[in-house]
Design a protein around this ligand. Structure first.
Ligand SMILES: Cc1cc2nc3c(=O)[nH]c(=O)nc-3n(C[C@H](O)[C@H](O)[C@H](O)COP(=O)(O)OP(=O)(O)OC[C@H]3O[C@@H](n4cnc5c(N)ncnc54)[C@H](O)[C@@H]3O)c2cc1C
Length: 408
């Protein structure tokens, strides 16, 4: 990589789904914006990432505004009209369906690598490319601009730097912002698998004693994205198992809900944590996505929250531009922080509570959660509130995500 010097109003470090979405939104609105990543181009970026992401209608609306949704191959978009969640240690069960909410869909399933490729293609359509940079050495915070220095001598100058560089954000570290994190004693194994029975566009999650196992329906009627959260030891064992033995274990762990598993793809294991950055901004800096917060994948919310961060920050920056204000001023950035930090905090707490409730092996707690699941299933308004929240249809939404529900 040769040393480069580039300048713009906004410089985004990290071209994961969240950084790419922010870049697309800003560039399409005419903001001079740079985006840089350690991983240079789409080809090398297409490392095998078997994660299937459940995306909300709100996330879809944001991706459409980025120009990326239409670039996803239809065959790479799964859709679910129904969701079933049940406890393996009891009879408790909760079900959601789009018809009862008068919606045409509850959400979509897209592979993380496909999503990143579509966002990179949308960026290229806007005549912008991800700048390859070596690791960040330091960020100089001046009164009017920042200078991000790469270890290869590259320099990126801007009025605002956005850290979109994931949970281990170097931008956050260099800015001296703390990240209150708690490592879960669970790792998630992700892969795709084909089943003997069709998934019927139902997203399923079975809570086992060691953690939740999700079957997320892909476009192929027999293929699902698997997210199996379990002890680190079991996750490692499952990853190393030969394919036939793994498929037998997977079908059994799912209670044979989809019959035998007839095929499975490469498996990858991810450590899990809950985290929240102490601040989302300081003068000339903002954090978005996993750089700002991390959640357990049990409700498939991480990327959805990050996309809402990107859309909210874009809205705040565009409004401040209209008012002739500096995009890096604390006044501007605090609006974004006030908006998103509380919303994310609430979701972090809800998911952490669910993790604790379903992780308990105490028989009294097991009875309580089974009764709670049934009760919640029977109480329409509570169920609808939960669902609307998880689908990104309620809460303080950015303008482009408002009205994102596809009504029947
Ligand atoms: C098993 C699993 C299942 C999940 N399922 C779901 C789901 O169903 N729905 C959902 O919404 N979310 C889900 N998530 C969460 C989701 O994957 C993350 O929230 C999302 O990837 C965060 O995106 P991001 O762009 O903030 O960060 P990342 O995806 O981590 O991207 C960060 C980018 O920054 C780059 N980078 C890092 N450091 C530097 C540096 N120093 N300099 C330059 N570039 C750098 C990296 O190369 C990368 O491209 C899941 C997560 C896991 C682990």
């Amino acid at each position: 990589m040769s040393a480069i010097t580039r300048q713009a109003d906004v410089c985004i470090i990290g071209a994961g789904p969240v950084g790419l979405a922010l870049a697309c939104l800003l560039i399409r609105a005419g903001v001079a914006c740079l985006i840089a990543d350690r991983v240079p181009d789409a080809a090398s970026h297409n490392r095998i990432d078997p994660r299937a992401l459940a995306l909300t209608p709100a996330a879809r609306a944001i991706l459409a505004a980025c120009g990326a949704w239409s670039l996803l191959e239809p065959a790479s978009i799964g859709e679910f009209q129904r969701m079933e969640v049940w406890d393996a240690a009891g009879t408790g069960r909760i079900e959601f369906d789009s018809a009862s909410l008068c919606l045409s869909t509850l959400g979509y399933i897209v592979n993380q690598s496909d999503l990143e490729s579509a966002l990179r293609a949308a960026l290229n359509d806007a005549r912008t490319h991800v700048i390859p940079i070596a690791d960040l050495e330091r960020v100089e915070f001046g009164p009017d601009q920042i200078i991000a220095h790469g270890t290869d001598g590259s320099r990126l100058l801007a009025r605002l730097v956005v850290g979109a560089d994931g949970a281990r954000s170097r931008v956050r570290e260099l800015a001296g912002i703390g990240y209150a994190s708690h490592a879960y004693e669970q790792h998630a194994l992700a892969c795709t698998a084909r089943s003997a029975l069709p998934h019927g566009q139902v997203a399923r999650q079975r809570f086992l004693a060691s953690g939740p196992l999700a079957f997320l329906p892909l476009a192929d009627p027999h293929a699902c994205g698997i997210v199996w959260s379990t002890t680190p030891e079991q996750a490692r064992r499952l990853q190393l198992q030969d394919e036939a033995a793994f498929r037998i274990q997977l079908a059994a762990a799912g209670g044979h809900i989809l019959g035998d598993m007839v095929e499975s793809g490469p498996r990858m294991v991810f450590p899990l944590q809950r985290a929240q950055a102490e601040r989302y901004c300081r003068p000339r800096l903002a954090l978005i996505g996993d750089a700002a917060h991390c959640v357990h994948p049990l409700a498939g919310q991480g990327a959805n929250l990050g996309l809402l961060d990107a859309a909210s920050l874009a809205q705040v920056l565009l409004e401040s531009r209209q008012a002739g204000r500096d995009p890096g001023s604390l006044h501007t950035l605090r609006r974004y922080e006030r908006w998103r930090r509380g919303e994310n905090e609430m979701m972090i707490s809800v998911l952490d509570g669910m993790h604790k409730l379903f992780g308990s092996r105490d028989p009294a707690m097991q009875r309580l959660r089974n009764a709670g699941l049934d009760l919640c299933n029977a109480l329409g308004p509570v169920k609808h509130w939960l669902m609307a929240r998880a689908m990104g249809l309620s809460g303080d939404l950015p303008g482009i995500a408002l009205g994102s529900a596809v009504l029947r």
